[in-house]
Design a protein around this ligand. Sequence first.
Ligand SMILES: [Zn+2]
Length: 125
Amino acid sequence: MSQPGTAAPPSGLAHTLLNGMRLRCPRCGEGKLFSAYLKRKDACDNCGQSFVSLDADDGPAWLTIAIVAHIIIPLLWVFERDGSLSYGTEFLILALVTIACVLVVLPVAKGLFIAAIWRIRRDER
Ligand SMILES: [Zn+2]
């Protein structure tokens, strides 16, 4: 607990990961993490924290697949159980929902991974 007047930015693990999921700097929570949809910035505009070596590689893609599959598979099950839609209509709906979910989840997953990597490296020092 911080004393009044000596408030430092919260630095708990959950706060760090939440900053990443908000696509914000894991250190200060203010500067943007990406300069484009998935393009990581080199440093935070607010605090100057370097993001250069924070590469999430394939982790965000795997997390996105795991999350989106838990949305699409039950939806597919509902469509098949109902049976009122043609296969073409089912495919169109599932493809559009999949694309929309991936577009939403992927940057959040990448922000989460970058924040986690930043946190792990910070704690190793
Ligand atoms: Zn920052």
